[in-house]
Design a protein around this ligand. Structure first.
Ligand SMILES: [Fe+2]
Ligand SMILES: [Fe+2]
Length: 235
């Protein structure tokens, strides 16, 4: 299976007009399209509608997770319903299988990496924050454990490892993801992890357990090659 992956489109019809020709090639290049969050800029239905028109016209099975920008207006449920009605698979603690490949995903959350992971100690506000991080991790776990396919792809918006956020300012690393996600991935195993959010991070890394992790933020792909709007992985 050839999987085309991209993230952080922050879609507007104006910005897409410049990418249209490259994006339309995806049908020849891949069997499935994965978008790892930040589909819209402000999480508004009138941003999602033109994006959905584009996705429907690509006529390719499409798997997405939402990103923090898709939550900005508090209309994430409406966006999710629109996507599902358009035939897009929205992973939110769920799994989707196709041709022997299972996809599991969730938005994920922030919280830091390795020894720097924030723990639930002290103020109620800190505990609520950590709870949100653990909830997303458990969602991802639920999605992965549903899969029965021999090959597995994990899709998250936030990074599960520090390696693929390097390039961003170190001060903001804890806001770019959390290694809690990687612990779940390593516990259950996966063949490929795709994420976005770190627009200026690094393309490739691995979990401690050796699972390949790729940051497919479109800005990062285009920094290497302006005409590259998705990256194709073969499983
Ligand atoms: Fe983004
Ligand atoms: Fe983001």
């Amino acid at each position: 299976m050839r999987i085309a992956a991209s993230a952080d489109l922050h879609f507007t019809p104006q910005s897409y007009a410049k990418l249209k020709d490259q994006f339309e090639r995806v049908r020849d290049d891949a069997d499935v399209l994965v978008l790892a969050g930040d589909l819209t800029n402000y999480g508004q239905p009138d941003e999602m509608e033109p994006l959905l028109n584009v996705l429907v016209r690509l006529r390719l099975p499409t798997v997405v997770v939402l990103g923090n920008h898709d939550y900005e207006s508090g209309k994430e449920e409406e966006l999710r319903r629109m996507l599902i009605a358009g035939g897009v698979k929205v992973l939110d603690g769920s799994g989707y299988e196709r041709d022997g490949v299972g996809f599991a995903g969730a938005k994920g959350f922030i919280g830091g990496f390795g020894r720097g992971v924030l723990t639930a100690f002290g103020e109620r506000e800190v505990k609520e924050f950590v709870r949100a991080s653990i909830d997303e991790t458990m969602k991802l776990e639920r999605g992965i454990s549903q899969l029965r396919a021999p090959k597995r792809v994990v899709v998250v918006h936030y990074s599960p490892i520090v390696e693929t956020v390097e390039g961003e300012a170190p001060e903001i690393f804890p806001f770019l993801g959390t290694s809690r996600l990687a612990e779940v991935i390593d516990r259950h195993g996966a063949d490929l992890v795709l994420h976005g959010h770190a627009h200026h991070g690094k393309l490739d890394g691995h979990t401690r357990g050796g699972v390949p992790v790729h940051n497919v933020a479109i800005s990062l792909l285009q920094a290497q090659n302006p005409s590259r709007v998705y990256r194709v992985f073969e499983l």
